[in-house]
Design a protein around this ligand. Structure first.
Ligand code: ADP
Ligand code: MG
Length: 247
């Protein structure tokens, strides 16, 4: 589904990514871990198409097509979803209206007619039920006065509604409480299928315990220095990242 080949990227002449190779197949869950400043969020931003970074070398293929020349909207329409893509508060725009716009933009891109109001409502109800959310949620404004847990729930709900082929979840460095970890991990597990792939960026082994990725990669100084299965998360919890400097 996603193939990253020898990706190099920089900003204002500062080299951040220094040759990333990654292959995510349909149905797989991958996690990227690594110390602060190693380039995890940069990688997520570049996959989503944020334009401030310059890709100086390498390729990104999504479903075997080069996506480097596509803008963020086009990538979203193709089925790439980045959580925290809309972290801003948008007072006055309800979650329902926001989702209607996002879904219709995607449908238009794929030559489908606009979603009917009744269809949208039905879908929202289904997904809210699945994620055990309360009904008044969708009439609230985007992130306006949301608690940490509610923000997470909203992101997972967006993911459920947009049904992306590839979901990229970039956890910030600020603490996730146990509720938020549960919301995210339950959501990812419920939405994941053999047709959908997930790239999770996290330093919470807790989260990985619940989600159980197929592959874990360690990003350090712009490169993937180690890849492995779930055991790697246990190793990192015990050893931290100091061993990398010695190797
Ligand atoms: P991580 O998410 O792994 O903590 P980031 O991708 O956020 O790391 O950052 C990697 C490096 O790139 C850091 O040294 C950071 O300061 C730098 N960097 C990232 N984004 C920018 C930016 N927009 N402008 C300048 N430097 C940046
Ligand atoms: Mg980051």
């Amino acid at each position: 589904m996603l193939k990253i080949h020898n990706l190099h990227a920089e900003i204002n002449g500062l080299k951040i990514l220094k040759g990333i190779n990654l292959n995510i197949k349909k149905g797989e869950i991958h996690a990227i871990m690594g110390p602060n400043g190693s380039g995890k969020s940069t990688l997520a931003s570049i996959l989503a198409g944020k334009e401030e970074y310059e890709v100086s070398k390498g390729k990104i293929l999504f479903e075997n097509k080069n996506i480097l020349n596509l803008n963020p909207d086009e990538r979203a329409n193709k089925g790439i979803f980045l959580s925290f893509q809309y972290p801003v508060e948008i007072p006055g725009v309800s979650i329902a209206n926001f989702l209607k716009l996002a879904i219709n933009s995607k449908r238009k891109y794929n030559n489908l007619p606009e979603i009917k109001a009744s269809q949208l409502l039905k879908k929202m109800k289904e997904k809210m039920e699945m994620l055990k959310m309360s009904n008044d949620f969708i009439s609230r404004s985007i992130n306006d006065g949301f608690s940490g847990g509610e923000k997470k729930r909203n992101e997972i709900f967006q993911m459920a509604m947009l049904e992306p082929k590839l979901s990229i979840l970039d956890e910030t460095d600020s603490g996730l409480d146990i509720d938020a970890i549960k919301i995210v991990s339950n959501g990812v597990n419920k939405l994941h299928s053999d047709q959908k792939s997930v790239l999770m960026i996290t330093h919470y082994k807790r989260l990985l315990e619940h989600v159980r990725p197929d592959h874990i990669h360690v990003l350090y100084d712009g490169k993937i220095v180690k890849s492995g299965n779930y055991d790697l998360a246990n190793f990192l919890e015990k050893e931290g990242y100091d061993w990398i400097k010695k190797t």
